[in-house]
Every structure is written in structure tokens, then in C-alpha cells.
Design a protein around this ligand. Structure first.
Ligand SMILES: NC(=O)c1ccc[n+]([C@@H]2O[C@H](COP(=O)([O-])OP(=O)(O)OC[C@H]3O[C@@H](n4cnc5c(N)ncnc54)[C@H](O)[C@@H]3O)[C@@H](O)[C@H]2O)c1
Length: 250
């Protein structure tokens, strides 16, 4: 088992990529704290993990509130005894508007969840991991951290920011035995892409715009996160591993 004895905190674990990763990590022996602002779905994920014989607990979290993230980290440490892996995964797509149409509030909503939330996660987990002398942090960026998409300004900016924030944190904490990496999913079959599905013609193009010519599944992203979290990635840090079917090949 690749994560035997490891204690994991996942944000945005109630759905999509977070849920798939939680299930996969539990299968590989990890104890997992499922944290999300969606309590009902989060509790469902805990029940699924317990049904398959794994260990999990739910913690209600809003990543935009520093105190909430701080509490999630202490809950993990208290409940499981340590925090070996933090998966900063909570994220939102935001309104499909051009920059001149966006209000400050709409901008802040996306950037606060997607980027400030990750800052809070690292800020509060890093001291615990420094004390332990080890840890792995994985952030969820996106292909849209590398290329532009119309009507996705705050999403583009926040996911692009995570690529270099990941490098910054890798540098700041590497000497403490902490690795910090990111995953860069392409178009993945989760609720976040629901607005794109509404225009069938566009969806047909967007969902296949990669070298493999198909939509990705959350379980395929989970495998990459599992690898980065595991000791098999012991000399990998500061990296963003694309899981995009070759979406950046053109
Ligand atoms: N699905 C894709 O095509 C795709 C592509 C690239 C990157 N991503 C990223 O993957 C991550 C997971 O998204 P997903 O596709 O699984 O979608 P999703 O909507 O299923 O999952 C996002 C989760 O984050 C939670 N969340 C949102 N705001 C939160 C907050 N303030 N506090 C705590 N939890 C919050 C939601 O409740 C939800 O459970 C996101 O960061 C997203 O930007 C997704």
C-alpha cells in the first residue's frame, strides 16, 4: 500500500477530483480528512470510504476564511496525530464574463477560493510539517494556469499563480523535508464543467481538445496526486504535473 500510515487533509473533497483522490488514497492505506463547504456530500464521501474499509472523517471548511483552514489543520493533527499530506484542491470556475464585465466581488470570489485558500493551507500546514521534518503538499492548478481562455480571467490568473506559488513554497520548505507540487488537470468530467456542457457544439470541441481526443476522468487526476503524495516522488518538488491528455501539446 503506497500511503500506508499517512495522514491526509484534502480540501474540496466532497466532489469531483477531491472525492476521487480521497477514495484512492484511502484504498492505499491513508487516513483521510474530507474537508469541504458542502457538508452533505462530504459526509457521503466519508461513508463511501468507510464502506470500502478505509479511515475518514469530515470537517466543514471554507478555504476563504483563515481561521477555518487553521481549524481544519489542527483537527487533522488532533484526530490523526500528524499531517503528512495536504491536497489543496478546493476551487471554483466563476462567472463566464470578460474582464471589463466583472465586478470586484466576482473577481475576489474566484481568486480567494482558488489562490488565497491555497496560501492559507500552506501557511498553516507547513509549521506542522516542519516540526515533523517531512510532508507533501499538492495544489490543484489547471491547463488554464498555462493558457488563456476567454471569459475566465480570475480563473486563469489564480491557476497560473498557483504554478509559481508552488515553486515558491517548494523553495521555502524543501530544506525541512517538505515537497510541494501541483497537478494541472485538463477538462475533467466533474460538476465544475457543467456550464460548458450546456452548449453542445462548444462542449464537443472543448471536451476533446487534447492529444488523446477525449474527456478526462477524476480518477485519472487522483492517480497523479497519489504519486506526488507518495514516497515514490521523493525527489520531485516545485513541479506541476499535467494531467490533461496532452492539452498543452498545441
Ligand atoms: N474539472 C476540471 O475540468 C478541472 C480542470 C482543471 C482544474 N480543476 C480544478 O480541480 C479542483 C477540483 O474541482 P472539480 O473539478 O473536482 O470540481 P467540483 O466542483 O466537483 O469540486 C470542487 C469542490 O470544492 C469545494 N469548494 C468550493 N469552494 C470552497 C470553499 N470556499 N471552501 C471549501 N470547499 C470549497 C466544492 O464544494 C466542491 O466540492 C478545482 O480546484 C478546479 O479548479 C478542475
Amino acid at each position: 500500500m503506497r500511503l500506508e500510515g499517512k495522514n491526509v487533509l484534502i480540501t474540496g473533497a466532497a466532489g469531483g477530483i477531491g472525492r476521487a483522490t480521497a477514495l484512492r488514497m484511502a484504498e492505499e492505506g491513508a487516513a483521510v480528512i474530507i474537508s469541504d463547504r458542502n457538508t452533505d456530500q462530504g459526509e457521503n464521501v466519508v461513508a463511501e470510504i468507510k464502506e470500502q474499509g478505509g479511515r475518514a472523517e469530515f470537517f466543514e471548511l471554507d478555504v476563504t476564511r483563515e481561521v477555518s483552514v487553521q481549524e481544519a489543520v489542527s483537527f487533522t493533527e488532533k484526530t490523526l496525530g500528524s499531517i503528512d499530506v495536504l491536497f489543496n484542491n478546493a476551487g471554483v470556475g466563476g462567472e463566464e464574463k470578460k474582464l471589463h464585465e466583472l465586478s470586484e466581488e466576482e473577481w475576489d470570489t474566484v481568486v480567494d477560493i482558488n489562490m488565497k485558500g491555497v496560501f492559507f493551507g500552506i501557511k498553516h500546514a507547513a509549521p506542522v510539517m516542519m516540526k515533523q521534518g517531512k510532508g507533501a503538499i499538492i495544489n490543484t492548478s489547471s491547463v488554464l494556469g498555462f493558457k488563456g481562455k476567454k471569459r475566465s480571467g480570475p480563473y486563469n490568473a489564480s491557476k497560473g499563480g498557483l504554478v509559481t506559488l508552488t515553486k515558491n513554497a517548494a523553495l521555502e520548505y524543501g530544506r525541512y523535508g517538505i515537497r510541494v507540487n501541483a497537478v494541472g488537470p485538463g477538462v475533467i468530467d466533474t460538476p465544475i464543467v457543467k456550464p460548458w456542457r450546456e452548449d453542445e457544439r462548444k462542449w464537443n470541441i472543448i471536451s476533446k481538445a487534447n492529444a488523446l481526443g477525449r474527456l478526462g476522468q477524476p480518477e485519472e487526476v487522483a492517480e497523479a496526486v497519489l504519486f506526488l503524495a507518495s514516497d515514490q516522488a521523493s525527489f520531485i518538488t516545485g513541479e506541476t504535473l499535467m494531467v490533461d491528455g496532452g492539452g498543452l501539446t498545441f
